[in-house]
Write a new protein. Sequence first.
Length: 136
Amino acid sequence: MPAPRIPHGCPSHGIGLTPDEKEIWVTDAHNRRLHLFDATVNLLEPEVVIYEPQQGGHMKFVGMEYIVPLAAWESAGHDLNNPNDVPELLGQKYTRHSFLPIFKLHIWLWQNNPSGTFADWNPKVSCQHAETTEVF
């Protein structure tokens, strides 16, 4: 199985498309798990767990990311042209990724985020202690 083409850049997790761009793969470096996605949304089963590299090589659990591929959402009978027809979790609407064909939602429960619990980025999380930026 070839590696995804678009690594995330932080070793806490990586995301990419298969070469034929029909599937989305995500891996989390801590568990080295590979995930494939569908239109199912389940609070207790996040697609990605997010870790922040710590000094000395330890990883700190900081949040989760929930992902639904656009193609899976559309195949489940949803309208991608309707901006209100998006997955939701805990009353929060997912947002579209800027270049990958996915909807996404972050939850920063274990690292306070001044931008908000559900914001895409957390300025308090850093990869400064990462040994490498290679994920795959």
